[in-house]
Structure formats: C-alpha cells, structure tokens
Design a protein around this ligand. Structure first.
Ligand code: ATP
Ligand code: MG
Length: 417
C-alpha cells in the first residue's frame, strides 16, 4: 500500500480526553478513531491488525474442532428471562432498547442463551455431539468506566466459543485442549511470556474458572504468580484453604498488575437445562447438554500488545499481527531514487511481502522516521541517494538501533527467511 493513497494521517498529539496509552498511540498512528468514551472505530491500519488477530485465533479454534458462525447482536429477552439473566441486577452491563411497539430487546453482551437456543434445532442425539461453535462478534456492554482505551470498550469485538458435550469428562478433555490453543494465540502475538493461566472462582459447576492474565502496569486486575509452576491466582482465590487445595505456597507468590486477555468457564447444565437443550444418550435417556464458554476480546488483545511492547517512540508490533511487515521509506525528490524505490516496492509486493510504501515527496526525512517509529512496523527500509551509493537499501528493525545496507537480492532472501 502506498502511503500517499492512505486517507489516514498521523498526529503529534492524542485528543486531550484520551487517558490510556494504547488509545493515544493508536489514535496518533491513525489505527483507530475515537467516537466517544469506550467507543472506537477501526481504520485501515487498525483493521489489518484486527484481521490478523482474527486469523491467528481462527486457525487455533479450527484446529480443535471449532465451527464458525455469526449470531445477531439484537437479542430476545425471553431466553434471558428463562436463564434468569435478563435482570439488570444479574448482568449490570446490559444495554437494552425497545421496538416501535414498546417490546424490549437486548443488545448482546454475551451469547450463552442465544447459542443454547439455536443449538436446540441441531442437537437431539449423542450422535450430534460434541460441538464447538464460535464467532467473532460485536458485544455491547454498558461499562461503568471506560478509561482503558480499546482494552475496555462499550462496544467491542469478541471471539466467543461455546462447547456442547455429552459429559463432564468430555468437556474436561476439551477444556485442556482449549487452554493449549489460547496459549498458542498469546505466544504467536508476542505476549506469551507474560501471560498466565490464572485460577479464578468457579460457578456452581466447577471449582474454578480460568482467566488468562497478562502482566501489564496499567492492568485493572491483580494476580499472584507462582513463577515455578507458571500459573497464577486472582484475588478471589487468595484464601489459605483454596491455595492449599491448589498446592500453592503463599510465600511463592508475586503480586503483579495485570489485564484479563481471556476467560474460560465450565457451565455444566447451567444454561442447557433452563433453555431445554437436551440430547438422548445411547440408552435413549434424555440428558442436558454440558456446556462451556471461552472468550477473548480482540480490541483487548490489540491494546495489550500496544501497552506491553511499545516504547517511548511509539508502537512495536510483533510481525504476526503487524499491519505490514515492512515500511519502505523513500527520501528526497530525486527522480532516479524515486524510480528505484518504486521498483523495490513492486519487487517486494510481487514476492508476497506486505509493504507500506512511504512514497510521499512533500514530507521530510525526519518526519518519515518519526512516523515510522510511531507506526511500529517490524522492518524499516530506506531508499535514498546515499543508500543507493552505498549499494542498495538500508534496513533496520523497529526493535534495534543498528542498521545495514543490503542489496535487493539479499533483502528478498532476508525477508523470506
Ligand atoms: P472484565 O473482568 O475485564 O470486565 P469479563 O470477565 O466481564 O471482563 P468476559 O465476559 O469473560 O469478560 O469476556 C471475555 C473476554 O472479553 C475477556 O476476557 C476480555 O478479553 C474481553 N472483554 C470483556 N469485556 C471487555 C470490554 N469491555 N472491552 C474489550 N474487551 C472485553
Ligand atoms: Mg473477568
């Protein structure tokens, strides 16, 4: 993509009402636009990051048997009344609205109830199970505070998966696979080393639920990490009896601020029984389907990566989710240099490398460098009179200060590896 064609502009200052670092950097880079508190638009660069995140998650969900759907955001109160969750006291973040005839409807904040009802039409026998259904879908939550940028939105994209099993045993096996799949996601996007499987309080049907918490100094949560065991517990679990149960010694725990980047639950028949989601087992006996749910917020993930990996000059994207892999800058107005840069851009693009080409001739070298640092694309390439004299293209990683000159041929080899 040519930067001269990109409609978004970077800016030196973030809006004064924006307090979070992730949103400040992302707004300044033109990745997102702020509509109002807790509500953000994704612009071309930001959308590319979201799409990459989606693909990484999709690959992991498909690998464990996931089938992708997309359920509606408008929801029928009847199913929520059936499960007892329509009440604002049960779910304090509900957005509700009304049809012209005064009938109330909900704007979905999660999808256990609609999923359970939808699956009733597709599950009747043990032969129809197990099923693992997921979606990338917009959630609405009337969050009290929205000061964490895209990490806590009032409208946000979530990947939510729901599992449907014949037994608790079958669910337990899947749950372990799901944990590995989530870990793969965090590893692939560069936050695996600081993301912990965290024991949280369970519901009626399991002792614990689990959160995935990423250590982050602007996190809204606290976790207590056992570095040797590579797990953590949250506040709810910090009781001597429970710790003992987990085989954790309080003295081994290190307290850190953290952000919840994923949350997984075993539900048992919590939703299937009230909604009548049942199946007939081998003996023809009717049983409730055993459910679980698994959420990851995509904006939350993207914001977390910005928070933990950026530096004083701007964003630092890991290659896996960077909007582009290389940022090609051409300096000066010399015709031969511009032509050479065009040629390099075409060659890289033809080799399937994602390039953002700063082809603007009315922007100074200094501005281009500052902007490249802000945008955080993994490799910066510079083509200038000097680089060509020295034998080719200057290459520098966003995370390093040293650069070197390479020929086009070697550049292609280097980027292919
Ligand atoms: P939190 O404790 O942070 O309020 P939650 O426990 O209510 O979140 P879940 O309902 O389990 O969250 O949602 C699943 C995932 O969706 C969370 O782990 C998080 O990654 C993401 N998420 C939740 N709320 C938001 C939000 N307001 N904005 C962006 N992402 C969110
Ligand atoms: Mg939570």
């Amino acid at each position: 993509m040519k930067q001269s064609k990109l409609f978004t502009r970077t800016r030196k200052e973030a809006p004064s009402d924006e307090v979070s670092r992730n949103a400040k950097l992302l707004i300044r880079g033109g990745f997102i636009h702020k509509e109002m508190a807790g509500v953000y638009d994704y612009l071309p660069l930001g959308l590319r990051v979201i799409e990459k995140l989606k693909n990484i998650i999709r690959e992991e969900m498909n690998a464990i048997g996931g089938e992708e759907v997309s359920l509606s955001a408008l929801q029928d109160p009847e199913i929520w009344k059936a499960s007892g969750r329509w009440d604002d006291k049960k779910i304090d973040v509900w957005f509700k609205t009304k049809l012209k005839n005064d009938t109330e409807i909900g704007l979905g904040c999660t999808h256990e109830e609609p999923m359970a009802r939808m699956m009733k039409e597709h599950i009747s026998s043990y032969r129809d199970l197990p099923r693992y259904i997921y979606q990338f879908q917009t959630k609405f939550r009337n969050e009290l505070r929205a000061k964490s940028g895209i990490m806590r939105g009032r409208e946000f994209l979530m990947k939510d998966m729901y599992s449907f099993n014949v037994s608790q045993n079958e669910l337990d096996t899947f749950y372990e696979q799901l944990i590995r799949a989530y870990k793969n996601v965090y590893d692939k996007i560069g936050i695996g080393d600081r993301t912990y499987l965290t024991f949280a309080s369970g519901g009626m049907f399991s002792k614990f639920s689990h959160e995935f918490q990423t250590v982050c100094d602007v996190g809204e949560d606290y976790i207590y990490i056992d570095k040797k065991k590579n797990i953590a517990v949250n506040d709810e679990v910090m009781q001597d009896e429970i710790l003992k149960d987990l085989g954790i010694d309080r003295n081994d725990l290190v307290k850190e601020k953290s952000i919840e980047v994923g949350n997984i639950f075993k539900y048992g028949n919590r939703y299937s029984t009230p909604l009548g989601l049942v199946f007939k087992d081998e003996n023809g006996e009717e049983k409730p389907v055993i459910m679980g749910a698994y959420g990851i917020g995509l904006g939350r993930l993207m914001g977390t990566v910005v928070e933990v990996l950026s530096d004083e000059r701007g964003i630092v994207w890991p290659e896996s989710i960077a909007p582009f892999v290389v940022h090609l800058l051409v300096l000066g107005k010399d015709e031969t240099v511009l032509k050479e840069a065009e040629k390099i851009y075409d060659k890289l693009s033809a080799s399937g490398i994602e390039v953002l080409f700063d082809d603007r001739i009315d922007v100074s070298a200094g501005e281009k460098f500052t902007e490249a640092d802000l945008l955080g694309i993994p490799y910066r390439l510079v083509v200038s009179e000097r680089s060509l004299e020295e034998g080719g293209i200057e290459i520098k990683k966003r995370t390093e200060d040293k650069n070197k000159i390479v020929s086009l041929e070697n550049l292609l080899k280097l980027l292919a590896s």
